[in-house]
Design a protein around this ligand. Structure first.
Ligand SMILES: CC(=O)N[C@H]1[C@@H](OP(=O)(O)OP(=O)(O)OC[C@H]2O[C@@H](n3ccc(=O)[nH]c3=O)[C@H](O)[C@@H]2O)O[C@H](CO)[C@@H](O)[C@@H]1O
Ligand SMILES: C=C(OP(=O)(O)O)C(=O)O
Length: 432
């Protein structure tokens, strides 16, 4: 098992390019199941563990796929008769596997998917996905750890109000509605840029989706969809993570391929802390010098502050002057990393859904374990600013969502290595 060793204290400088977005590519690849004719050619597909998992899910559903990771391209042919079942081994590995349910149901009038259950960041039910399918005429049943949806014929267009603007429910319902009979309206829809990316792809396949990026979407179902070319949008969370890396090391980094309009809340909150962020022709330039000011942040659905940047932002807030409060409203249990920050001498306490920080904490290197994907990145970021050596374990979380994270940081000047546990003792001695 690998872990990362980072020695704090280096200022990061230079340029880094962000990949295609994990949270856009997963729904788009699931959406490729909708095409009963022709092939889809998807570009900017990041070389991530989650991409291999969704590839396996699609293969298990009888889809023909070729992936060319060196050119970030995937060719998908879903024109054969699809199988209807997504098994536990995939859904357990990656919750986004549930996104195949809408397309499979729409194509096959039957879908059977292992129940995702909870994960480290919360219970994560799928009731809103199912409520949508039910409104479109599906009969939902549960048994043996699976959820099944069945219709007598084609799904029917329906009006669906989401109790919460769930990203996954909006994507699943949008995909199912794309092949339904009639018009579906999704009210209180999620507005994330990844929703817009999926809607664009469905429209490129011959679909009729309007209103993506607003809270009311209108999807007119069509009889068939065909494969098409699509390029995945840049990863706003990866971009944000490098913004924090620049700021926490008092560095000067240009982030290429970032889309500032997708990151307005983050740019604004980092600006409030005193980080200098400028849009340039080459990319987003991020510079900082201490002291940074403490601020308060509350995570919210887009365009609010993204929960997927909460833990990385916590690293930065720990280094700021004064007291700051970070409140998590999207997931009920996304503070597992707080205990790990404490190992690094962070002055931080949890009160209900908030974390209170008295800064600046004098971060110290320590052995820590990633508790989820973004926590993995956050602990490495904290290690960049800590005194001494930090070792971050449980890197399978990191690999779900970051391509060559340590190599990109190293290229910016970080003192960082990824090693297998067996060789780590030697490596650490060399770094001291
Ligand atoms: C692959 C992907 O794109 N993952 C992202 C997606 O996850 P995901 O699509 O799972 O997130 P949702 O927006 O659905 O979930 C947000 C909240 O709604 C709740 N909920 C959701 C669905 C439902 O049927 N019932 C229900 O109660 C969840 O438990 C959670 O508390 O959006 C999240 C919120 O921006 C991000 O953190 C994830 O990175
Ligand atoms: C929570 C995340 O992803 P997922 O929904 O795939 O678990 C994330 O990307 O931070």
């Amino acid at each position: 098992m690998d872990h990362i060793i980072v020695k704090g204290g280096k200022k990061l400088t230079g340029k880094v390019r962000v990949e295609g977005a994990k949270n856009a590519v997963l729904p788009v690849l699931a959406g490729a199941l909708l095409a009963s004719e022709g092939k889809s050619f998807i570009t900017e597909v990041p070389n991530l563990a989650d991409v291999y998992t969704i590839q396996e899910v699609l293969r298990s559903l009888n889809v023909d796929i070729e992936y060319f990771p060196e050119k970030n391209e995937m060719h998908i042919d879903a024109s054969s008769q699809l199988s209807s079942e997504a098994q536990f081994e995939y859904v357990r590995k990656m919750r986004a596997s549930i996104l195949v349910m809408g397309p499979v149901l729409a194509r096959n009038v039957f879908a059977r998917v292992a129940l995702p259950g909870g994960c480290a960041i919360g219970s994560r039910p799928i009731d809103q996905h199912l409520k949508g399918f039910e409104a479109m005429g599906a009969n939902i049943t549960f048994g043996n750890g699976f959820v099944e949806a069945k219709t007598d014929g084609r799904l029917r267009g329906a009006k669906i109000y989401l109790d919460f603007p769930s990203v996954g429910a909006t994507e699943n319902i949008m995909s199912a509605a794309a092949l339904a009979d009639g018009v579906t309206i999704i009210e209180n829809a999620a507005k994330e840029p990844e929703i817009v990316d999926l809607a664009n792809y469905i429209n490129e396949m011959g679909g009729k989706v309007k209103g993506a990026g607003t809270d009311t979407m209108r999807i007119e179902g069509v009889e068939t969809l065909h494969g098409s070319n699509h390029s995945i949008i840049p990863d706003r969370v990866e971009a944000g993570t490098f913004m924090v890396a620049a700021a926490i090391t008092e560095g000067d980094v240009i982030i290429e391929n970032a889309v500032p309009e997708h990151m307005a809340a983050l740019i604004s909150k980092m600006g409030e802390m005193g980080v200098d962020i400028q849009e340039t022709d080459e990319g987003l330039r991020v510079r900082a010098t201490r002291p940074l000011r403490s601020i308060d942040i509350k995570t919210m659905p887009h365009p609010g502050f993204p929960t997927d940047m909460q833990s990385q932002m916590m690293s930065l807030m720990l280094t700021a002057q004064g007291s700051g409060i970070l409140t998590e409203t999207v997931f009920e249990n996304r503070f597992m990393h707080v205990e790990e920050f404490r190992r690094m001498n962070a002055s931080v306490k949890i009160e209900g859904r908030s974390v209170i920080m008295e800064g600046p904490s004098k971060l110290q290197g320590a052995q820590v374990s990633a508790t989820d994907l973004r926590a993995a990145a956050a602990l490495i970021l904290a290690g960049l600013a800590a005194e001494g050596i930090t070792r971050v374990h449980e890197l399978y979380h990191l690999d779900r969502g970051y391509v060559d994270f340590h190599l990109k940081l190293e290229a910016l000047g970080a003192d960082i290595e990824r090693v297998s546990t067996e060789t780590s003792e030697v490596k650490e001695e060399q770094m001291v």
